[in-house]
Design a protein around this ligand. Structure first.
Ligand SMILES: *Cc1c(COP(=O)(O)O)cnc(C)c1O
Length: 475
């Protein structure tokens, strides 16, 4: 028995679950420390505290300054959602507990599914997938099951060249063939580009809207009509919903499947490697294929329902990353309808303000009204022997996290900026000022830009070494 632990205190509530045999914790021999304590340096508590405090200050995060990483929605997430996800009532439950003891948790899952249906205009959702790419794979597996059920042989997935790399990767993993179509001069997907690949073999067209240039696809209604007229389905990569949430819905635009990234738009901090959550929503004709189990509500209680014979099965152990779901649930309830809409309004306003300020000194190849992000091209700096990467590195010296570079691939020396709705005017202005300073230095002191970062503890690193000399085994 875990004496004196939290479990002990709550014994009366959970006796049923702690009647397990006594567990003896044994530290493996090779991990035992045999030498005496003299191996530790003789430091005072203060010295140790300062050491670790100073180490913690070497990190950069959204709590330090703006994090304008395009296509990542690195926004500030209210701390209250963290506190709520950490409540004992949540962290002390286990997925194997009987439904009657976890009605609250099931209700959160059930209601969050309903909220996401309303936000996206879909009829059913699964909260199982643990990231955006995982959501894509889930959507593609459902597409496959849907056509198998209809006895239709369709193996083609169409993806535009501006798509996130996970789109074609997920399609190939699910066993589809992928064709890439080119964006047009507007930076958009044109119906004529899609049309040539639409036939009885087309299973799915995957679109990101607003696309990765931050532009809203203008021909979306026509594209949806074309895809459906050959019996295909339309997929919405909604990883970054910031630009449209509360204003318009993928379901109303004609999409059949959508995935969202709760760790981008819905208040789960990310950047440290997870955990994340990539829920997938579908229209009613695809609901039977959603992963099982699904939470159902009947006669006043919630329970796990496995009775969906056409389901693609489980895509994750247990039921998804529950703590992330709690944060999204609280965030949506705190903001309400009006608040959600303001995410779209302010993130769009912030991005357009930044675009206007930045177009004074950087080239914006697809200069149009943008949504939550936009992309500059730094190709004119090549003549000076300076690349987008150099400008990005010099921003670190100025105390700023750089934007995304070299994505999307259709923009040369791409510099992809997403301010998000949580930045103030003052913070946007400070970012513009720093970026402008770096751009000026490219003329006045190009060496310092090429060698940046100079004033940071980590200097220029070998960008390729980690992937070329892969070392994944811990010894
Ligand atoms: C981030 C992102 C993804 C992938 O999401 P992960 O959670 O990193 O797997 C897919 N598409 C777009 C447009 C994205 O921005």
């Amino acid at each position: 028995m875990l004496e004196g632990s939290l479990f002990e205190k709550k014994k009366s509530k959970v006796t049923k679950y702690i009647n397990t045999p006594e567990v003896k914790l044994e530290i493996p021999e090779k991990l035992l420390r045999r030498s005496s304590l003299s191996i530790f340096p003789n430091l005072s508590e203060l010295e140790v505290v300062r050491h670790f405090t100073n180490l913690s200050c070497l990190n950069y995060g959204i709590d330090n300054n703006i994090y304008p990483l395009g296509s990542c929605s690195m926004k500030y997430n209210p701390k209250v959602n963290e506190a709520l996800a950490e409540l004992e009532e949540f962290i002390d439950i286990h997925p194997y507990m009987d439904e009657e003891y976890v009605q609250g948790a099931l209700r959160i899952i059930y209601e969050l599914e309903r909220f996401l249906c309303e936000i996206t205009g879909m009829d059913g959702f699964t909260l199982q997938p643990s990231a955006g790419a995982h959501g894509e794979l889930t959507g593609l597996l459902m597409t496959k099951a849907y056509f198998e059920d209809k006895r239709e042989e369709r193996d083609l997935v169409i993806v535009p060249d501006s798509a996130h790399g996970t789109n074609p990767a997920s399609a190939v993993m699910a066993g589809f063939k992928v064709v890439e179509i080119k964006s047009d001069r507007r930076g958009l997907v044109s119906p004529s580009a899609i049309k040539q690949f639409l036939n009885g073999k087309t299973a799915l067209v995957m679109l990101t809207n607003p696309n990765t240039l931050g532009l809203f696809e203008e021909d979306i209604a026509e594209i949806a009509h074309l895809v459906h007229s050959v019996g295909g389905l339309l997929y919405y990569d909604g990883a970054n919903l910031n630009g449209i949430v509360g204003v318009t819905r993928p379901g109303d635009m004609g999409f059949d499947i959508v995935h969202l990234n709760l760790h981008k738009t819905f208040s789960a901090p990310h950047g440290g490697g997870g955990p994340g959550s990539g829920p997938v929503g579908v229209k009613d004709y695809l609901v039977p294929f959603l992963p099982i189990p699904r939470v159902t509500y009947k006669d006043g209680s919630y329970f796990w329902d496995y009775n969906f014979p056409k389901s693609i099965g489980k895509v994750k152990c247990f039921y998804g990353n529950f703590a992330v779901l709690i944060k999204a649930y609280c965030y949506i309830r705190l903001l309400g309808k009006r608040g959600l809409k303001s995410i779209a309004e302010i993130s769009t306003l912030n991005a357009n303000y930044l675009q206007k300020r930045i177009e004074e000194f950087l080239e914006i190849p697809y200069k149009r009204l943008c949504k939550h992000e936009f992309v500059a091209s730094l190709k004119s700096f090549r003549a000076k022997g300076i690349r987008a990467l150099d400008i990005a590195k010099r921003l670190i010296d100025k105390g700023f996290h750089p934007p995304t570079v070299y994505f999307p691939l259709i923009v040369e020396e791409a510099f992809m900026i997403e301010p998000t709705e949580t930045e103030s005017l003052d913070s946007l202005d400070r970012f513009v000022k720093a970026l402008k300073e770096v751009v000026e230095e490219a003329d006045t002191n190009p060496d310092i830009v090429r060698e940046a970062p100079k004033e940071h503890i980590i200097k220029r690193i070998d960008e390729a070494k980690a992937s070329r000399t892969l070392k994944v085994k811990w010894q």
